[in-house]
Design a protein around this ligand. Sequence first.
Ligand SMILES: [Fe+2]
Length: 190
Amino acid sequence: MAIITIPDEHRALSDPEAITPYLASIGIDYERWEPAHPITSDAPAAEILAAYSAEIEKLKTLGGYVTADVIDVNPQTPGLDAMLAKFNREHWHDEDEVRFIIHGRGIFHIHPRQGPVSAIEVEAGDLIRVPGGTWHWFNLCADREIRAIRLFQDPAGWAPRYTESGVDSGYQPVCFGAAHVPPLPSQTQL
Ligand SMILES: [Fe+2]
């Protein structure tokens, strides 16, 4: 389940009943795909796309998406910093940005034309649709890992267009989600 923070109002939303309507009010579609399909998060991309094919086809029909792929990012990804630098400044796209998170975490900051900036921390099982034209930016969490299904109306139209507003520099990409802490050896025997 995503965690929403509204830094300018010192407010956070983690109640599942509150998250979807709040995001809808700022133009963001959010849903959970549950139950998750029984597939490991490190399965080959083709297997993940096959496991979620019913959901993907439904979204394609609803949103006019024509292709889907799996984006895989981790600290070993060549050129990771350059890749992230393209998306961590306020921008928009002509096309929707649609992500279903398979593994890892990240933060979308959304800057509505009216209203405060909202941070959406996404995790496995979260589907988010950022409509074309929405001002936003994206950061990974500290472990710098994410794996997600992406859907495209036209991959060629998905280039970032920067606002150059500098608004993004006023918000820290702080993740609140449970960090993975390996169990102590004594706990593994319980
Ligand atoms: Fe984007």
